[in-house]
Design a protein around this ligand. Sequence first.
Ligand SMILES: Cc1cc2nc3c(=O)[nH]c(=O)nc-3n(C[C@H](O)[C@H](O)[C@H](O)COP(=O)(O)OP(=O)(O)OC[C@H]3O[C@@H](n4cnc5c(N)ncnc54)[C@H](O)[C@@H]3O)c2cc1C
Length: 297
Amino acid sequence: MNNILYKIQSKISSRILLNYDMKKSTWFRAGGKAEGYVIINSISDLKTVISFADKIKYYIVGVGSNLMVRDKGFDGLILKLGKNFNNIKIKKNSLSVGAGVLDINLAKFAEKKSIKDFEFFTGIPGTIGGAVKMNAGCYGSQTADKLIKILAINKFGQIKYFNKEELKMKYRSSNLKDDLIILKAEFGYEYASKSEITKKKNYIKIKRKSSQPINEKTSGSTFKNPPGEFAASLIEKAGCKGMNIGDASVSKLHSNFIINHGQASAIDIENLGKKIIREVQEKFGITLEWEIKIIGN
Ligand SMILES: Cc1cc2nc3c(=O)[nH]c(=O)nc-3n(C[C@H](O)[C@H](O)[C@H](O)COP(=O)(O)OP(=O)(O)OC[C@H]3O[C@@H](n4cnc5c(N)ncnc54)[C@H](O)[C@@H]3O)c2cc1C
């Protein structure tokens, strides 16, 4: 075992898995291994891991629905928040949501309690931590809409609240640094008729099923929509629909989705993405920007 990982392991209760295959923890089911992978269940374990930040890299993940680790792997420790970060509480002025909560579970909770405006989370297969970082959204709603503030821990082990304004949340982005770990998010909330909420949720579910390859090995939208354009439409018009490298191809259902048909490597996916960027650039003079986070060597 890497000496540092050994030291960390001796001080925390969670078990560090070595040479962990990140294929198992990303929706793409492609890519390399992490030197270590650990599911963290307490703030004190998290602080311990972070206290080694000058000796070993760490990277926080949700459920890897927007993430790819390159084939040669990640030479550090991948952290995932465990069940103690999975609580949702209704407070007087806010809905307090652990960063490990699945978006869909927040949507279900809100529907059950007749709380509106969280229906769009039905359509995003990530966690609240990932949703805040990415400002995830769909069908006209985004995470920033109802967000008030987050609680996060920085690389010095300090735990602080950050108001939404400090996060500079824009379309599919925030200014959160990779070494900042979100612990929970607080959202404003309003009650509404449950039937209206259910109707909206069902609409989103149907729409997604018909327009996105949601049962494939994919990371969702590969590129951000450039201002005033749709990436999918540019990709399609550039003739990239169905294009492939190895077992990675551009979805025929949604051109901004890359699909791993089984054996694609991370480099196949990344090269296919680069090819799309070149084709779109040549045809329209627009440079597509990756939405998917790619880490590792
Ligand atoms: C089929 C499919 C459909 C999708 N549709 C949509 C869509 O409609 N709209 C949309 O916006 N996205 C969509 N996505 C992309 C993805 O689901 C979102 O970006 C989601 O928010 C990622 O969450 P995650 O927990 O999986 O994060 P990961 O993919 O694990 O990580 C993504 C980023 O978030 C960071 N992160 C994760 N947790 C934390 C935390 N606790 N603290 C700090 N940083 C953290 C990671 O470090 C990384 O930088 C789709 C993906 C798939 C596979």
